[in-house]
Design a protein around this ligand. Structure first.
Ligand SMILES: [Fe+2]
Length: 402
């Protein structure tokens, strides 16, 4: 062997860490194989202690499994004719004030008797099971603008703070398949929310999510909820090492933003509340929006933890069927949510409208690493709030999409 050949053979190939083999759509076989591989490398992982400040398990009404719920009457609140008349009077009152929609509050959209009922339901979000459905808003009776007023008006009695959905101060977001109507979108659609694709388990930012069903799909689109506390308990019991992984910082892709990525945990224990806060696409990319190549990859341990959260959330989830005129309210700090893929046909074109809310009197303490995001989210002055009445893709202040 010549000296030259020896040199060539011994030059070490220096490679940085690579993004694990993981995509937006969780693959159970890959997940099982990764777990087996990691445990073979280090069989002591399941014996690691829980990180400081994280309990072996959590209890309470927010910790449940899908099978604990047997009938939708347990979570559906049916609005009576009298209550709907009260809603109409609230609408008429707000319209008589001739103010921009950002001024919709409990005071400008008064609900003399329904308000206390909605207040009790808000307590269910923060101190109970974490979700409820209000049924049903007579969608076709209202103009699109009136519907926005009714929706924001009712919701103001659940959580008075409205969050901005994007960099243009829109506080309403339309969740609809926009692939055809927005085919020109530069870089394609990087969020499953604007397609008919399955949306895997995740949480939105902010405290509360409201989703109004304007129209349902022809098939599919079941909405799934899962208790973050239940998922936590199983991981803490079987793989405490992954609790450490989840509570440590993760590199979130900002898809061309500045800075290109930020770091924060996925799991928090704040004031006795277990909070899981993440969206899988920030770690895997989605569709044409691939994970940015110039940012740190996630680790194999993080990839395993990400899948474990997903598959446990799926295992213990509850499926909810959206009806036209339903408003689904969710505590996004305590629950994960997902959506099955769906098929639209003619009139049956799934169309939801989302609000992000917060009830200041009932709110949990915001985990410190999320405080900046929350502050920005809810700091949208009434005169600047936008209520887009037709679907649009959410935009960053810089013009990019999210
Ligand atoms: Fe979501």
């Amino acid at each position: 062997m010549s000296a030259t050949e020896t040199t060539t053979e011994t030059v070490p190939v220096i490679e940085g860490p690579k993004q694990p083999d993981i995509s937006y759509h969780p693959d159970e076989a890959k997940f099982r194989a990764r777990t087996a591989r990691r445990l073979a490398e280090d069989p002591t992982l399941p014996q690691r202690p829980l990180p400081e400040g994280f309990p072996p398990s959590v209890e309470g009404p927010g910790v449940w499994e899908g099978k604990d719920w047997t009938d939708e009457s347990q979570w559906v609140y049916n609005l009576s004719d009298e209550q709907l008349q009260e809603v109409d009077r609230g609408l008429a009152h707000f319209e008589s004030l001739d103010k921009p929609l950002g001024y919709i509050t409990r005071d400008t959209f008064p609900l003399p008797t329904l308000s206390s009922e909605l207040g009790k339901l808000a307590e269910v979000l923060y101190s109970g099971r974490g979700f409820f459905v209000l049924r049903e808003i007579p969608i076709d009776k209202y103009s699109r603008r009136q519907l926005a007023i009714v929706y924001a008006g009712l919701s103001a009695h659940v959580g008075s703070e409205r969050g901005r959905q994007d960099g243009t101060n829109a506080v309403l977001a339309h969740i609809k398949d926009l692939r055809v109507s927005h085919a020109h979108e530069k870089g394609g659609i990087g969020n499953a929310a604007y397609t008919t694709d399955k949306q895997v388990f995740h949480t939105d930012i902010g405290d509360l999510i409201a989703l109004l069903g304007i129209q349902t799909s022809a098939y599919g689109g079941v909405s799934r909820l899962s208790s973050g506390g239940r998922v936590y308990n199983e991981i803490a019991k079987t793989r405490p090492d992954l609790i450490t992984v989840l509570k440590d910082p993760w590199p979130l892709d900002r898809f061309g933003g500045d800075p290109p990525y930020i770091e924060r945990p996925v799991l928090y224990n704040e004031d006795g509340h277990i909070v899981i806060q993440y969206s899988r696409r920030h770690f895997t990319g989605y569709g044409p929006q691939l994970r940015s190549p110039n940012i740190p990859p996630i680790s194999e341990a993080q990839a395993e933890a990400l899948d474990m959260v997903h598959f446990l959330a799926e295992k213990y989830s509850l499926g909810l069927n959206f009806q036209k005129g339903d408003i689904q309210y969710i505590n996004s700090m305590g629950l994960l949510h997902a959506r099955d893929g769906f098929t639209d046909e003619g009139e049956k074109t799934r169309h939801l409208v989302r609000l992000w809310l917060r009830n200041d009197e009932l709110a949990w303490k915001t985990p410190k690493p999320l405080q900046g995001v929350w502050d920005k989210l809810y700091a949208v002055a009434p005169e600047t709030q936008r209520f887009p009445l037709e679907p649009e893709i959410r935009r960053l202040a810089t013009g990019g999409t999210k």
